[in-house]
Design a protein around this ligand. Sequence first.
Ligand SMILES: *Cc1c(COP(=O)(O)O)cnc(C)c1O
Length: 310
Amino acid sequence: MFLENKNSRIQQIHFSEIENRDVSLFIKREDELHPFISGNKYRKLKYNLAEAAKQQKSTLLTFGGAYSNHIAATAAVGFAYNLKTIGIIRGDELAINLIKTLQNNPTLKFASEHNMKLDFVSRAAYRDKTSPEFIAKLQEKFGDFYLVPEGGTNNFALKGCQEILTEEDAKYAIICCAVGTGGTISGIINSLNNQQKAIGFPALKGDFLQNEIKKYILKSDNWSLNIDYHFGGYAKVSEELIIFINKFKSETKIPLDPVYTGKMMFGIVDLIKNDYFEKGTKILAIHTGGLQGIEGMNLLLKKKNLAQIA
Ligand SMILES: *Cc1c(COP(=O)(O)O)cnc(C)c1O
């Protein structure tokens, strides 16, 4: 096994906006699992790496957007374990001036410095990335590889995400998690006990996620999605969100990322303020990581003369 079994620490959150409420809020610091392969991407890659080794593959190929946490994590994993990595990146305009692209994009710079081969494709081609024709073309171009889907989500990822919660976490009635492809929350749902419920906070618009999650889960009545906190869509942020992330960090010392965990925590705090949870509820939020994305987001915010993440 490449990535070892790990359990992350849990901290209680003391935050002025939810002081004196009759619920308690905790956070599981999956962001601390590894300095570069952080959060849920560690969980998702763990059994995929084991499977790649079993199949004797020495190259990992995967897909992602230009600021993808999964791209950064896959590059780091390949670098650490001496596997070649290929990243199929959305947006062929990024290839026009690669030096400039890497200067302006800390995620791609990191991936490139960790020896990931970057292959930029048009948005149309990217949409087609799961088709057998597209994958055959990739095999022609790059030879044999182990394919990790976008966001890392497959059945091996599920197995890893089922290890996020442990028996000691049984005391938390509500488990909250940010949602992108739905793989992480599916793993969490599968490891809930009969008294627990999961709430997912999608970081993007669209109602396909409900069905995505249903593909992976074993139970059906112990989870829900709250779709009120996507802030306009994937990687979209508002000044209110940035101010929240900064206030949360200054009071709790816990950094949140703007794409996933910041939106989730904003949602949880808002629900608590609105007395959504029953008195006495113990809530556990999963910090799925994503902190590598802060630098790139700050560059974008700076260009637009907007407040940045502290
Ligand atoms: C990728 C990611 C998610 C989304 O996970 P899914 O399994 O795709 O739903 C959530 N939080 C962070 C920080 C991520 O990087």
